[in-house]
Design a protein around this ligand. Sequence first.
Ligand code: PLP
Length: 232
Amino acid sequence: MIMDAFAPKLQQLLHRIAKAIDRRQSPVQSAVTLIAVSKTQSSQSVSELASLGQIDFGENYVQEGIAKVQALKPSFPHLVWHMIGPLQSNKTRLVAQHFDWVHTIDRLKIAQRLSEQRPSTSKPLQVLIQVNIDDETSKSGVHPSQLLALALSIKDLPSIELRGLMCIPAQGSVQAFAQMAHLFQLLNAHQLALDVLSMGMSHDFEAAIEHGASHVRVGSALFGPRVSSQID
Ligand SMILES: *Cc1c(COP(=O)(O)O)cnc(C)c1O
């Protein structure tokens, strides 16, 4: 896409985010971070968005993401990279070395490996626990009943910092956002001091914000539809 095409899309998205924040019943967090989900998009597209001031980018696939991190680093060293795809244990080292955030922690072992493999010269990896909020067998994420135990077991790992929760609700599941907000409060009642709720995608980010999302992950509303031959 040419640069001129991104500017109005980004502006419109930021405007819709601001409007959704205004509609919140009680302002849980005031700011919302837009994560531009750049999976399957070119480094060139990322670079154009970065030139417009976009800072946070989300990637689903480890190798593809690292290629972009490295391509963009010389011109845009301040970008913040989020791993938002499922993470297998044989990929944790690469993620610990190249990403700033991981949204998809769903078991202790992955968190331990990321903490051990985080380079000592980097600041702690910022992590979120993915919650399987609609209890779908096809989805990754921890079951809500096991969330507190997992959060307590990873909060003291030295080189990662537990910041909050992430979910990918079932299509059309609006109550999932309210349930996430409830779990978030519940964990904070246990002194976990979480400040990040990553929820909402192109089709539902406004509802997510109304329920207290602090980070929304938006791909197609910004980049247009993904090429169908590529895996989603
Ligand atoms: C692809 C993806 C998104 C963005 O989806 P869109 O519908 O294109 O906005 C957000 N979160 C995760 C985890 C994804 O895999």
